[in-house]
Design a protein around this ligand. Structure first.
Ligand SMILES: NC(=O)c1ccc[n+]([C@@H]2O[C@H](COP(=O)([O-])OP(=O)(O)OC[C@H]3O[C@@H](n4cnc5c(N)ncnc54)[C@H](O)[C@@H]3O)[C@@H](O)[C@H]2O)c1
Length: 251
C-alpha cells in the first residue's frame, strides 16, 4: 500500500511532531520529500539523506503567500513535479475566555492554521492542475475541528475552517483525479503538547480521562493515516475528515 517510489511530497511544519513523522514515513516509503517549516528543518532533512532517503528542506512561513509560492516552485525545481502534500503546520493558542482573547492572538492562530492551509492548497493545486496527473492533499484539522472545548475559540474556529476548505476544494477537483481529505488528530504526544502550561496540563489530564482508548497517541499513528489517504488504497475517498483520536469524538 505504501509505495511512494518516484513520488514527490511536500510536508509543512515538518521539523517536529506529526509533520516530521509523516515526512520520515514518506521518505522511507520511497518518496522525495520537501520538509518545509517556519524554522527550516535542515537537520531533519539531512538526517534522512544520510540514511539514504531523498529529502530536502525549505524555510517557509505558511501564513506568507510569497513563502508558500516559493515552496512549491522550489519543489518543482528540485524534483520536477508534485504528487502529494500534507499541510500540517499549525499552532495552539493559550486557554482564554472569548471576551479576553485579543484580536492579535485570534489573527495569529487563524493566519497560520487556516490561511496557511488555504495558501498551501492554492499553490499546490495550481501545480498539480498544470501537471494533469493524479495527486492527493491531506490537510491537518483536529478533534477541535469537530467539537468545541471551552477556552479554545480561536484554535477550534481555525480547525473547523480547515474542514470547510477541505470539503469544498475536494468537490472542485474530484473529476481531475486530485483527492483532498483531512485528518483530525486527538491528543498526540508532540512538542505542541509538551509546551502546554500548568493550567493547560490540568485541563489535558481531564481530557485524557475522557479518551476511550485511555492514552495519548504517538505522532506515527496520525502519520500512517496521512500516508493511507495519499495512497491508491484511498482512491475513492474525497472530502473526508478521518479522526485519529482514540474515540474522543465518538460521544
Ligand atoms: N499534538 C496534538 O495533540 C494535536 C492535536 C490535534 C491537531 N494537531 C495539529 O497537528 C499539527 C502538527 O502539530 P504537532 O502536534 O506535531 O505540533 P508541533 O508544534 O510539534 O508541530 C507544528 C510544526 O508547525 C511548524 N509551524 C508553526 N507555525 C508555522 C508557520 N507559520 N509556517 C510553517 N511552519 C510552522 C512548527 O515549527 C512545528 O514544526 C498542527 O496543525 C496541530 O494543530 C495536533
Amino acid at each position: 500500500m505504501n509505495n511512494f517510489d518516484n513520488k514527490v511530497v511536500i510536508v509543512t511544519g515538518a521539523r517536529t511532531g506529526i509533520g516530521l513523522s509523516a515526512a520520515t514515513l514518506f521518505a522511507k516509503a520511497g518518496a522525495s520529500v520537501v520538509l518545509a517549516g517556519r524554522h527550516e528543518p535542515k537537520k531533519e532533512a539531512q538526517k534522512l539523506t544520510e540514511q539514504g532517503y531523498s529529502a530536502v528542506s525549505f524555510e517557509c512561513d505558511v501564513s506568507q503567500e510569497s513563502d508558500v509560492k516559493a515552496m512549491v516552485d522550489f519543489t518543482v525545481k528540485e524534483f520536477g513535479h508534485l504528487d502529494y502534500a500534507y499541510n500540517n503546520a499549525g499552532i495552539q493558542s493559550p486557554v482564554t475566555k472569548t471576551e479576553d482573547l485579543s484580536l492579535n492572538e485570534y489573527n495569529k492562530v487563524l493566519d497560520i492554521n487556516l490561511k496557511g492551509i488555504f495558501l498551501s492548497m492554492k499553490y499546490e493545486l495550481k501545480q498539480m492542475s498544470k501537471q494533469h496527473s493524479k495527486g492527493a492533499i491531506v490537510n491537518c484539522s483536529s478533534m477541535g475541528g469537530l467539537v468545541g472545548i471551552a477556552g479554545r475559540t480561536a484554535y477550534h474556529a481555525s480547525k473547523h475552517g480547515v474542514l470547510g476548505l477541505t470539503k469544498s476544494s475536494a468537490l472542485e477537483y474530484a473529476k481531475d483525479g486530485i483527492r483532498i481529505n483531512a485528518v483530525c488528530p486527538g491528543i498526540i504526544h508532540t512538542p505542541m503538547v509538551d509546551r502546554m502550561d500548568e493550567t493547560e496540563k490540568t485541563e489535558m489530564d481531564d481530557l485524557i480521562r475522557e479518551i476511550p482508548i485511555g492514552r495519548l497517541a504517538h505522532p506515527e499513528e496520525v502519520a500512517q493515516v496521512v500516508l493511507f489517504l495519499c495512497s491508491d488504497a484511498a482512491s475513492y475517498i474525497i472530502g473526508q475528515s478521518i479522526s485519529v483520536d482514540g474515540g474522543y469524538t465518538i460521544h
